[in-house]
Structure formats: structure tokens, C-alpha cells
Ligand binder design. Structure first.
Ligand code: NAP
Length: 312
């Protein structure tokens, strides 16, 4: 029996994904799969391609479900769903990774090169601001997963000395790798640019707080394309006001869209980007989804499985 796949995400996403998904399934001999964005009888559905904001919140009626295939990298809004009793795969997509590398390197270079300083002196001031070479600007990346690793390596390729931090011990070529609670302070100490690419879990909440914000070099730049919960907002505002943090470029927030009256909007040392650091790209993401359906049908282990207890 060809698998039955429910696409549970927005109508816009369906427009973007339907063609690439059908092609990717056909390329794996699954052209007969029934793929629908409409409501199917739940007891016929084998796989749900899933956006956690979709109308499917109760998985209990999906009695023959084999897996939920998340369209996004972050799973914090589905991982704790008590009705989900089948494997959950998250999105690791080459297009998403490339987008994140571009956002992180772009914003790191903005601060490294002092582009804001140049823009502030465009009215005839000959104020020379010579940045150090990248090799003299330590960068720390918290999170060495699919995205953190790629960003760390891209920054190292530009000659920044990069330290990475993860929960378990990792080895990444060209990166000084630290891990666990004991590794956090040494990872942050003396950093001039700090990039947050951790998932939203109970263990990562407020990882950047009054204590840890004091560890990077005075005037360090914070880039957060991870999740809003990683930062204690009040502690960051205080560190910015005192100059301990020189600038924060934030893509993600505790409440999105960021409320109009949030102090981040008006703060001169904060750049807000509206959760656009990186998007799942249908052409490449469809291949990952179709490959997981193929694996599920062949009884092979799925790619990018989430550890429900760990939360990511
Ligand atoms: P991932 O592959 O799951 O990697 C997560 C990394 O964080 C791993 O290195 C993991 O350590 C580390 N980690 C988790 N909990 C930790 C803890 N308590 N202490 C220390 N390290 C910890 O995730 P990813 O694909 O790189 O994505 C990272 C996050 O980026 C996502 O969860 C999502 O929130 C965010 N994101 C944002 C956007 C955007 O547009 N802004 C787009 C995509 C993703 P181990 O290596 O030891 O497991």
C-alpha cells in the first residue's frame, strides 16, 4: 500500500512544497504516495509533514501514524505534546544551513569591520576606524549542531579564532570545542562575538544571564539566531546600558512578533531582525522529508530523530 502523507502546515507552505515533495517522493519510487494538505481520515495517515503551528495538535486519532516529520529545525512546540507517541524527526536542510551561515557571517562581519561606524560618519568626517584582523577577534558559538557547526566553520574559514560549546563533547575541525556546564565560562570568557545556536529546552533557558553576559570582552557583540528563551532580556538590556555588551543583533524573541513596546525596538545598541535568519527551503527540505518517508517504508532508521527526553 502506498503511504498516506498529510501535509499539516499553512496554505502558503503547501503551495511551495507540493511540487518539490511530489518530485522527491517520485524520485524514490514513492510516486504513488497519497499526499494531501486537506483533512484526511486520521486513521489512514502514515506520516504527518508538520508545522507546529498547524491545526493538528492532537495526534491521538492518528492510529496508524509512523512518524511526524517537522518542517522546522526547532521542535520546542511539539516535543512535549503528550499525544505524540511516534518518532519525531526535525528538519536539517542544506538550504536552511546555508541561510544561517550567511546571516551569521554577515552580521559578524558588520560588527567586525565597524560598518556602523562608517555609516555614522558619512557627513564628511574623516574618522579612521581600522578593524583588527579576524585572526585577532575571538568568536564563540554556543551550540555545535547542524547550524552551529556550519557557522563556526564558516567563521573559522574567515580566520576568526572560534570556540564552540555543546552539551556533549564534540570534535569539529579548526574549532576549539568545549562542552557541558563546566565548559560554558571558559567558552565565553574573552569572546568578542558570541553566537547563540542552541535549541529552546529547559536546560538552555536564560543561558545568557547577568553572570554569563559578564564573561565576554567588554563591548562584545551578541548574535542570537537561536531562540528568544536563551537570553534573560532584562540582564541583556542592563549589560547593553553598561557597555559590557556593545551590540546585540537578535532574530528571535520570547514573544513573536516582538511586541511594539518592547525596549529592544528602540534601543540604539540592538538590531532586531524578524525571525528571518534562516528558512527551510522547499527544494532541499522536500528531499529530506521524502528520504525519511522512504526510510520509514523500508524499515530503516529515520534521519534527524529528536530525543524527546532531551528536548531537541
Ligand atoms: P541541533 O543540531 O539539534 O544542535 C543543537 C546544539 O546545541 C548541539 O550542539 C547540542 O549539543 C547543543 N545543546 C543543546 N542543549 C545544550 C545544553 N544544555 N548545553 C550545551 N549545549 C547544548 O540544532 P540546529 O539544527 O543546529 O539548530 C539550533 C537551533 O537554531 C534550533 O533549535 C532553532 O531553535 C534555531 N533555529 C533558528 C532559525 C532562525 O531562523 N532564527 C532557523 C533554524 C533554527 P550536542 O551536540 O551535545 O547535542
Amino acid at each position: 500500500m502506498p503511504p498516506v502523507i498529510r501535509f499539516a502546515a499553512s496554505a502558503d507552505a503547501w503551495e511551495d512544497y507540493e511540487g518539490p515533495l511530489r518530485r522527491a517522493l517520485a524520485a524514490r519510487g514513492l510516486g504513488a504516495a497519497e499526499l494531501s494538505a486537506g483533512a484526511l481520515p486520521p486513521d489512514r495517515v502514515d506520516y504527518i509533514v508538520y508545522a507546529p503551528s498547524s491545526e493538528v495538535q492532537d495526534f491521538a486519532p492518528y492510529t496508524r501514524l509512523k512518524a511526524v516529520l517537522n518542517l522546522w529545525a526547532g521542535v520546542e512546540n511539539v516535543v512535549g505534546n503528550p499525544t505524540l507517541r511516534v518518532p519525531l524527526a526535525r528538519m536539517v536542510d542544506a538550504g536552511l544551513t546555508q541561510g544561517m551561515v550567511e546571516w551569521v557571517t554577515g552580521h559578524a562581519l558588520r560588527h567586525h569591520l565597524g560598518i556602523d561606524h562608517c555609516l555614522a560618519h558619512q557627513s564628511g568626517d574623516w574618522v579612521r576606524h581600522v578593524p583588527p584582523l579576524a585572526r585577532d577577534r575571538p568568536v564563540t558559538v554556543l551550540g555545535l549542531g547542524a547550524l552551529g557547526r556550519a557557522c563556526a566553520q564558516a567563521l573559522a574559514a574567515l580566520n576568526f579564532p572560534v570556540t564552540g560549546w555543546s552539551r556533549t563533547s564534540r570534535e569539529v575541525a579548526g574549532i576549539r570545542c568545549l562542552s557541558g556546564e563546566a565548559g560554558l565560562a571558559p567558552a565565553l570568557r574573552g569572546a568578542e562575538i558570541v553566537v547563540l545556536l542552541l535549541p529552546d529546552t529547559p536546560a538552555t533557558a536564560d543561558v545568557m544571564n547577568a553572570g554569563t553576559l559578564a564573561l565576554p570582552s567588554a563591548g562584545a557583540v551578541l548574535l542570537n539566531p537561536g531562540r528568544g528563551t536563551l537570553i534573560d532580556d532584562a540582564a541583556l538590556l542592563d549589560a547593553l546600558d553598561r557597555g559590557q555588551i556593545g551590540h546585540a543583533t537578535l532574530d528571535v524573541f520570547r514573544h513573536e512578533p516582538l511586541p511594539a513596546d518592547h525596549p529592544f525596538w528602540a534601543h540604539p545598541k540592538v538590531t532586531v531582525t524578524p525571525h528571518i535568519a534562516s528558512e527551510t527551503r522547499p527544494a532541499t527540505a522536500a528531499e529530506v522529508i521524502a528520504e525519511n518517508v522512504r526510510r520509514g517504508e523500508a524499515g530503516e532508521p529515520l534521519l534527524h530523530l529528536v530525543d524527546r527526553a532531551r528536548g531537541y
